[in-house]
Design a protein around this ligand. Structure first.
Ligand SMILES: Nc1ncnc2c1ncn2[C@@H]1O[C@H](COP(=O)(O)OP(=O)(O)O)[C@@H](O)[C@H]1O
Ligand SMILES: N[C@@H](CCC(=O)OP(=O)(O)O)C(=O)O
Length: 375
């Protein structure tokens, strides 16, 4: 039961989307008040809460008197920069009423891809939690260009959950949860209360078009749930505009869609490899190698590799693909793409012959390899 998991949680992530935070005439201060009060109550009960809040662009739009999100990226960035300060000011005031201090954390994909910056962010966040300060996290929209963007705050909240070893992710949006089809287009859509044994087919339920101010839509929430549950952490999608939604979730009174986690929890380094890093290329495996890594927990040896796609250096993340073409995992390589092409198909004993040196037997050691096929 989700409320049992919530009751035993020590640290949680709460994400709130733009739609919840937007009123016709600007930032929805009532929602800001409501969320700040509810999160403060949880902190007073001894829970550590990391808060991922959208709403910067929405707040900026209203400040400029614009009706809809502009298409041009620099304009969006400018709006987010304007709105982020209003958003933080509103939270600071609202949390202060409950005796809580807040901190602003703005992150990019690059920050989480670099192990060093990732660990720096974790240390800072842990310190804030020790001090009982509420970290309010958003994507750093001002520098958001394709190569470094996280995509949306659904994804960011999933990454924060894994980065911080949180026990639960609550995703608050403007709808009761996941429906079996897009309720905006299908009035007969039915709410799905529980998703167990995550299947890719549930992605078909979701429209990928977000609300007027959101970025990811329901599809990005499902993708976040997939990452989280594969790493062994539960997630709930619920309507953030309901009064007392957080305490109602904790008491089991409601509601939303509960994504049941896989039984085994991945350690945080493996989560980082699997769900934070972006693969720089792909290693195509033969059937024997796919079987060995998938079902027997083995390292990947050069003999089982039949093709290499992409160019990457030593230590880079590479996806593993089976003969059927599907991605089955991801790992950090001990050899560059160029060297793997020279040694693929050969026995470990032949590596020195081919490269003149043999620092490792394995192309990817099992400690640096995560199977994602089941997700
Ligand atoms: N299958 C579905 N179930 C629920 N909502 C859906 C579905 N498909 C599309 N949606 C839409 O997704 C919206 C929520 O996504 P989004 O606008 O990105 O919210 P947020 O701003 O909270 O992140 C809902 O308002 C809903 O209209
Ligand atoms: N960083 C953006 C939010 C982007 C985003 O993911 O929005 P949403 O889909 O509403 O959670 C902002 O603060 O406006």
């Amino acid at each position: 039961m989700p409320n049992q998991r919530l009751k035993s949680a020590r640290r949680i992530v709460v994400k709130v989307g733009s739609n919840v935070l937007t009123a016709a005439d600007g930032l929805n201060l009532e929602a800001v008040e409501m969320l700040s009060a509810q999160i403060s109550t949880l902190v007073d009960h001894g829970l550590e809460v990391l808060f991922v809040s959208s709403g910067a662009m929405a707040a900026g739009l209203r400040k400029m008197g614009m009706q809809r999100r502009p298409e041009e990226v620099p304009q969006r960035q400018a709006l987010a920069a304007m709105g982020q300060s209003s958003l933080m000011k509103a939270y600071e005031t609202a949390f202060a009423r409950h005796g809580k201090k807040v901190a602003q954390i703005l992150l990019t994909g690059e920050d989480l891809n670099s192990r060093k910056r990732y660990l720096n962010a974790r240390n800072a966040l842990n310190t804030l939690l020790d001090w009982q300060v509420v970290p309010i996290i958003n994507e750093n929209d001002t520098v958001m260009v394709e190569e470094i963007k996280l995509g949306d705050n659904d994804n960011l909240s999933a990454m924060i959950t894994l980065l911080m070893d949180a026990d639960f992710l609550i995703n608050l949006t403007d709808i009761d949860g996941l429906y079996d089809k897009d309720p905006r287009r299908h009035p007969d859509a039915a709410l799905i209360p529980r998703v167990e044994n995550f299947k890719k087919s549930i992605e078909r339920f979701a429209g990928d078009i977000p609300g007027a101010l959101g970025r990811g839509g329901m599809l990005s929430k499902i993708k976040a749930a997939k990452k989280i549950t594969a790493a062994g952490v539960p997630m709930i999608i619920a309507r953030g505009t309901q009064p007392d939604i957080l305490s109602r979730l904790f008491s089991g009174e409601c509601c939303g869609t509960y994504f049941v986690p896989r039984a085994k929890r991945l350690n945080s380094r493996k989560c980082w490899i699997a769900y934070t890093l972006t693969p720089k290329g792909t290693l195509q495996l033969d059937d024997g190698a796919a079987e060995a890594v998938l079902h027997h927990g083995k390292s990947l040896l050069p003999s089982g590799i039949v093709a290499v796609e992409g160019e990457f250096g030593v230590g880079a993340p590479a996806a593993l693909a089976s003969r059927e073409g599907g991605t089955i995992g991801i790992g950090l390589v001990n050899y560059s793409a160029k060297d793997i092409r020279l040694i693929m198909g050969s026995k470990s004993g032949q590596i020195k012959e081919r490269l003149g040196t043999k620092p490792y037997d394995e192309v990817i050691h099992r400690d640096n390899l995560v199977i994602t096929e089941a997700c």
